[in-house]
Design a protein. Sequence first.
Lengths: 496, 483
Amino acid sequence: MIFGLPVISVTIWLPILFGILVLATGDDKNAPLARLLALVGSVLGCLVTIPLYTGFDISTSNMQFVELHDWITRFNIHYHLGVDGISMLFILLNSFFTVIVVLAGWKVIEKRVAMYMAAFLIMSGIVNGVFAALDSILFYVFWEAMLIPMFIIIGVWGGPNRIYATMKFFLYTLLGSLLMLVALIYLYNLSGGSFAILDFHHLAIPMTAQILIFIAFFFAFAVKVPMFPVHTWLPDAHVEAPTGGSVVLAAIMLKVGAYGFLRFSMPITPDASHKLAGVMIALSLIAIVYIGLVALMQSDMKKLVAYSSISHMGFVTLGLFIFNAYGMEGALLQMLSHGFVAGALFLCIGVLYDRVHSRQIADYGGVVNKMPVFAAFFMLFAMANSGLPGTSAFVGEFMVIMGAIKVNFWYAFAAASTLIFGAAYTLWMYKRVIFGAVTNHHVEELTDINAREILIMTILAVFVLAMGIYPLPVSEIMHASVNDLLLHVAHSKLPI
Amino acid sequence: MNLMANLIPAAAEIFLLAMVCFILIADLMLTKSSKIFTYLLVQLTLLGCSIITVGTHENAVVYAFNGMYVDDLMSDVLKMLSYLGMSMVLVYSRQYLMLRGLFTGEFMVLALFALLGMNVMISANHFLTLYLGLELLSLSLYAMVALQRDSAIATEAAMKYFVLGALASGLLLYGMSMLYGATGTLELGAISNAIDSGVQNKSLLAFGLVFILSGLAFKLGVVPFHMWVPDVYHGAPTAMTMLIGSVPKLAAFAFATRILVEGLQSLEHDWSSMLIILAIASMAIGNLSAIAQTNLKRMFAYSTITHMGFMLLGLISGGIEGYGSAMFYTVIYMMMSLGAFGMIMLLSRAGFEADTLNDFKGLNQRSPWLAFMMMLLMLSMAGIPPTVGFYAKFSVLNSIIQTGHTWLAIVAVMFSLIGAFYYLRIIKLMYFDAPESHAPINVGSDTGLLISMNGLGVLFLGLMPGSLMSICAVSVQQSLLLH
């Protein structure tokens, strides 16, 4: 409880409320006020999530901080919220990144400031709702509503090809969502009139239906992850989105898809998951290896990081579908770590883009001579992206590879290749951009990062290193829930 | 049965008729500049009607005039919504019509006659009453489309509407006569009983059903009987388009359910398989054609076709869930289409129609609030939560899946996906493009308030859809299924 209000509801509605307030400041004459309000809103939004961490009971896999109210009684739909060890951390991550995004857009966004800030605040609340919803229709409402602010963010403040990108983003994700909706309604009728996700976990479903439901969920979640071959919207969206948009896409949006697999596909249709695990693993490995190679060939920095995200998310789906504790916890850690690392890399690219207005690797060279502090931070995040031990990325990748090797040596072998490809594309980009002699007058005129940017980078760097050196505070939260989920997945849900 | 017992269920219609006649005469006394009194009188009439409808409501199904007329919960709910819809149409169109010299007594009297026709349709329990209401509605609408005499395109639309409408009425009448031949009665309940107890001439019955369905499909504007819809929507002055495209859909819903559910329930197997084809074809052709339109009114015409196809899915599913969801869908559709056409009229000014896609370019820079309202309306039409359009689609999908037609639900959502594109395109134009014109947007305080209530209503109902859904389900249950 915060001042007598339920914690999760506050984490959802406080940012949305501030978003509306920010919108009310009107046009760009009041931009400073809009920025200030947005900062206050995002910081408060971040602070109110702290009770979730401090009050969390790590010994149980039950839902905690549960709120249950009637909503649409006709269809037995409830306003049902709660978190467990899987979802809680993502609410923290999301609320934290909202602060970062507001800070990152502080100076850069000059037109329609209020709308920009409001869109991110509202989206932050909605995403918290996605992670906390325990009623599948409530989940669906948040899930779809999430698209609207992102659609506007990419479309208004994006790059030259933004309209194509944002349309593609919206329609791709809508396709998956609509199929999921059909599956949810089917489950509602099968369960005899309940939309509660936890009730779905105990349903007996025949094999054919399980496979169809799994495929419907697959479309919804795989598009968001994104998995090969439905990943093509991501590079477009990333490249065209403003820095803040890219950060939120990479750090938060992609996690929603993997979360969906954990919360819906695997526990509701375990038999289909086992049956189709081979396909999922194959797609994950293709993403890791093939998309890694694709990333190597990119000349646009944002595109490179976008492809590297797809490749890293391949690790997550691989970890999920090898069905053991190492894999699953590794996948969860990888999701969190990738949030920090990819978010930080997009911010670094944003720093360069704000100054030079180019994302082409070829337009840079010798940046270290002009921006030494920046180069140091960029180095750390680039190393983390290549999975260097001591950074957060290493922990997750290592655990997934450990999990994979228990199942099949060659899975692990293919997955481990990313340690080479990842290092190759990230460090090669880093070398071309940062080292060497100053190549042109744009680079010559660069100024190093200011106090605001240093603050953002430092916070992120601390998280990346802390999670890499001592991941226990994070991983102990997920133990109980992961074990419970694995137990669930191990039980057949076929009707007897 | 004494006279009063017959008159009370029809009291609202009788009052409406008396008021129309009074307004028709009173309007003659008013000068052209004081038509505002007629307007206020019309609004007062609508208020009076709603008071009477509420006042005469009884918690039972009441038949009057030897079973030709019925007053039940569904009719009362639909009538109340029709008054509301008609009142909104008049508020939205006042300024628009004034600027075009069409704000005349004729317009308002015709609108009330159309409303009377709809009320009769909603309460009809007999083929003759149904037909009477339908023709009163249609004739008023034909005349309204033609009201702008010096516009060639409006006259053409009126002509087309009239000819095709007359053809549809003919089909309907022919079908009715065949059913009469097969069953020996025109009263819906009696037809149902006659079919249940066995009909000699099955082929006559089947032919009658086909003709009636064709006539119905014409009036609803579903594929393949949709040809008139885009031309009429496009050609008619926007205020008339709004009227045609919104409130009569409620009457059309009542018309369809009274015939199909109350009269021909025993033939459900036959008509629902025909409706499946009509529904899929409407969703396919409506959505695909809408993408190609540059004129907004034409685009909304195709979108209407799609929405009506989607509504039919509810009828196909049957049961409280099915009919209730179809009714909910129709009500929500009316609300969305009122808002969308209202927005076109708000952006139009003297001598300029804001009815092409380009007119919405950069609306967010000209008026952020209007752009936001339009965004809510478009998202609702596309069925994206948290707007109410989602629940309309959701309840229909739920009823289809409940009856085991999961494949039909998948087809429907795939077409919704295609449909989402052209609604999103409008949001794209408003938010991402630069405005083509910087003409100031003059929004009257009444229309401004109404469009805000309309847009926010779509959002509010999206957050709290439960009560309206229940009202629809309960009224369908009381009226259609407890006979």
